[in-house]
Design a protein around this ligand. Structure first.
Ligand SMILES: [Zn+2]
Length: 497
């Protein structure tokens, strides 16, 4: 320090400050592209790649892989791992920016990856292998749009897997069988219905757990009883506001509930395969840069809190996921294929920002539909038979990354659903189809014409939900697959014991 002071007496102030600026460790620390722009521009896809390569070069525990997409953008995957064969670590898959106009999760994760590159939070790698996809939708990010350049909403595509981006996410998930997943989003509280109402949600962070009723109860209670209070405390300590992820058309006096139970989103699709999965919803800005410093910081703090939780509770998460997956593989329990949210025992105390006084008002919400109840269960078959000539189905099977066989075991007892009528249904606040079906024995079929898809693995719930004609969130609920219900019989067969 004395050295610099001496120099200062010899040179002008300008040179002095310039010199100090280069030598001080604080200002020399690696900045994310957003920080470097002084929060004036979001990190572009090209800046993101360059920044990650820099982090990779600084730290042997960081490795990056890059996947080039057809539109010319690149999807990066960052591994933060420390080789240690003596301990079984948790694989934690972290996704951000599946929705291109929700950039704060990506910006927060870059701050975290920067920390790792500087050797901070090094204890986490003793128990966790991190797989980070900071920008799942680069083409949407470049245009600040929710959907990809191909007009696909990635977080509604985890069953159909039409987008290359979703197929990649699912492939990475299947390869590492991640015990925990974290999916970063942003919610938009500035809609006109709320403005007219005069109040709005003002939580920096909302955190959501698994709600699909097929998810193992241990995984659901691990969220409610352990993760939620832990993260709440950590986030609030850093002066960010926090609430459990809750949504609904409250201004129009409709029910509030937790978010969708549909398995086409990342969180539930991993959860029904036995992962401990959460979704983080930061507060979006009025535009892409509005309040971006606070938005990125709140996501960074939440990511760290969740990883600290995973580190401290690694054994509990491992136990719960092992239990869930063993039951998926071994037990032939009923699978719920239709479910809905219903009113729970207690009303919700819901703090909203009064837009006139700029203070919080707590509402007592009676129509708080916190409970998910099954409306229809089916017993899973041993396997499904998928007709090869049905190109829509066989292409879906190939895209989805689920293991199936070309050959067929002998002496199968095979059933088909006869479709007696297709009735309109209305569940989870949307119109849907609810066919009336009857199971009948198939006496003759040519085994060569079918793929054999066994159900006894971690993807059992996904397969059963996809392929049962009455499933609320099955393939037949998508317009391109509605034809499955339009014949006299459902084209997919069930193999039973
Ligand atoms: Zn989103």
């Amino acid at each position: 320090m004395r050295f610099y002071v001496l120099l200062a007496s010899l040179f002008t102030g300008l040179i002095f400050f310039g010199f100090i600026g280069c030598k001080q460790p604080e200002t020399n620390a690696l900045q994310t592209p957003l920080e470097k722009s002084n929060y004036g521009s979001l990190t572009s896809n090209a800046d993101l790649i360059a920044f990650l390569l820099q982090c990779d070069s600084l730290q042997p525990d960081i490795k990056t892989a890059f996947y080039d997409l057809d539109d010319g953008t690149t999807m990066p995957l960052v591994f933060v791992t420390k080789e240690d064969k003596t301990i079984q670590k948790l694989n934690v898959l972290i996704l951000a920016q599946q929705h291109g106009n929700e950039p704060s999760g990506m910006e927060g994760l870059l701050m975290l990856i920067r920390d790792f590159s500087e050797g901070k939070h090094a204890h986490l790698a003793k128990k966790l292998n991190l797989l980070i996809l900071p920008q799942c939708n680069p083409s949407g990010a470049e245009r600040h749009s929710r959907r990809t350049a191909e007009d696909i909403d990635l977080n509604r595509d985890h069953l159909l897997c039409r987008a290359a981006e979703t197929r990649l996410i699912q492939r990475i998930y299947s390869q590492y069988k991640s015990e925990m997943t974290i999916d970063f989003h942003e919610y938009y509280p500035f809609g006109s219905a709320w403005a007219d109402f005069g109040f709005r949600r003002n939580f920096d962070i909302q955190l959501g757990g698994l709600t699909n009723i097929n998810v193992h109860p241990e995984l659901r209670s691990l969220f409610k009883e352990a993760a939620l209070p832990f993260v709440k405390e950590k986030v609030e300590k850093e002066n960010f506001s926090f609430f459990e992820y809750t949504l609904g058309d409250f201004p129009n006096d409709k029910r509030l509930r937790h978010s969708t139970v549909d398995i086409n989103d990342g969180r539930q699709s991993f959860g029904i395969a036995g992962s401990f999965s959460v979704i983080v919803e930061g507060m979006n800005g009025r535009d892409s840069l509005d309040n971006i410093s606070r938005r990125a910081q709140s996501q960074y703090v939440t990511a760290l809190a969740l990883l600290e939780f995973a580190y401290l509770k690694a054994d509990d998460i491992h136990k719960a996921t092992t239990l869930a997956r063993n039951e998926l593989i071994e037990k032939q329990e009923m699978v719920s294929i239709r479910m809905d949210h219903f009113r729970g025992n207690a009303p919700l105390r819901y703090p909203l920002l009064n837009l006139r006084t700029n203070t919080d008002t707590v509402f007592l919400v009676e129509e708080y539909h916190s409970e998910v109840v099954s409306l229809l269960d089916v017993r899973p078959p041993e396997a499904y038979l998928i007709p090869k000539r049905d190109t829509m189905l066989s292409e879906w099977l190939k895209r989805s990354g689920i293991d199936y066989q070309e050959f067929m075991p002998n002496n199968l007892k095979v059933f088909v659903y006869r479709i007696n009528a297709v009735n309109p249904g209305f569940d989870e606040e949307f119109a849907n189809l609810y066919p009336d079906v009857e199971k009948v024995l198939v006496k003759n079929f040519s085994a060569d014409d079918y793929f054999y898809l066994p159900t006894g693995g971690i993807f059992k719930h996904k397969i059963v939900t996809a392929l049962e004609p009455q499933a609320l969130y099955g393939l037949a609920s998508y317009p391109e697959f509605e034809y499955l219900l339009m014949e006299d019989t459902f084209p997919v067969f069930r193999v039973e014991k």
